[in-house]
Design a protein around this ligand. Sequence first.
Ligand code: SF4
Length: 362
Amino acid sequence: MITRRTTRQIHVGDVAIGGGAPISVQSMTNTDTSDVEATVAQIHRLEEAGCELIRVAVPGQEAATAIGAIRERIRIPLIADIHFDSRLAVTAVENGAQAIRINPGNLGGPDKLRRVVDAARAHGVPIRVGVNSGSIEKDLLKEHGYPTPERPDALIESALRNVRLLEELEFFEIKISIKSSDTLTTIAGYRQLAGRTDYPLHIGVTEAGGLIAGTVKSSVALGILLFEGIGDTFRISLTRDPVEEVRVGYELLRSLRIRERGPEMISCPTCGRTRIDLFPLAEEVERHLQTMESNLKVAVMGCVVNGPGEAREADIGIAGGHGVGIIFKKGEIFRKLPEAELLPVFLEELYKMDEERKKQGS
Ligand code: SF4
C-alpha cells in the first residue's frame, strides 16, 4: 500500500499536480517546435497514447511564438522549456504556454526573472524549477561536491535556492525537479528534497538511454520513489519516439497498482514446449491492445497444455499448439481452432469483450 507524500497542489491547464491528484504522465516532443505541423502531429500521437502534459523545447523566438498555433490544435496542457533567455519565457507565456520550465538563477539577473514571474502571474501559469547535475552553481559544487548517491546535497540546495528566488517575488505556483542521469543519485536526491519541501515534485532520470537501458534505469529510480509516495508527475526519458515514453510510464504505474490505462498483456517467454511462432503473434495482439481502453487482462501463451493454467487470471487468452490453438477465458477453454483461424477469432472476441467492459465502466 502506497501512502503519497502530502504536497501543495498546482494546476497546469486543467491538470492538477500534487495535493492528492493522480500522478500524471508527461512527455516532451522531439520535433522542431517552430514546425507547427510536425509538432502538432506528434502531440496528437502522444495524446492517443495517454500523455497528459506535453513539454516543448523553446530555443528561439520562432518556437516561442509557435506555441500559440500549437496550443490551439491540441487537447493537453502545453509546457514551454526555456534555458537562459528570459524574453523567450515571456513570449512563450504570452503566446499561451500553460507552464514554463526554467532555472530561475540562470535567466540573467533579478530584473529579468521578475519580468518572467510577472508574466507567469498575469497568465496564471505555474513554473517548474528544473535543475540538473550539469546546471548546479559553482559555489554549491564547491561546498557540497558533485551530486552522488551518498551526497546529493548540491542538487537539493540548488533547487531550493532557485525556489527561494521565486518565493522572494511572492510566487508560489511551483513544482520542482532535480535531474541526474544516475539512478541512485536520483533516488537519494528526491528522498532528501521530499523531506525539505512540500511543493509537488516532477520526477525523472535524465538522459536515461535507449528503450531497454532507459526503461530499466527510469523504472528502478521512479519505481522506488513512487512506491515511497514521492513524485506527483513524471517523464520517462528515452532516446526513442516519445510515444514509447508514455507507454512505459503507464506500465510503470500499472506495475505499482497506482493507475491503469488500457488492457494488460501477459505473455509467456516461450520454452521448449512452444509449438507456435509466438513472437509475431504477441506483437500483433499488443498492437491491437494499444488502441483499447478497458482494463482487460489478456494472455498470449506458447502452448495449449500449460498456457491456460499459467495465465489463469487473464480475462481472455490465446495459446498456440501444433497446427491448432485455443482461446481461453479465466483458465477455461472457450474455443479450439485451426491455427489459421486462431488470431482472427481471438481478435473478434477481444474487441467484443473490450466493448462490453467499457459499457460497464471498465
Ligand atoms: S506457457 Fe507453455 S510455452 Fe509458455 S513458458 Fe509456459 S510451458 Fe513454456
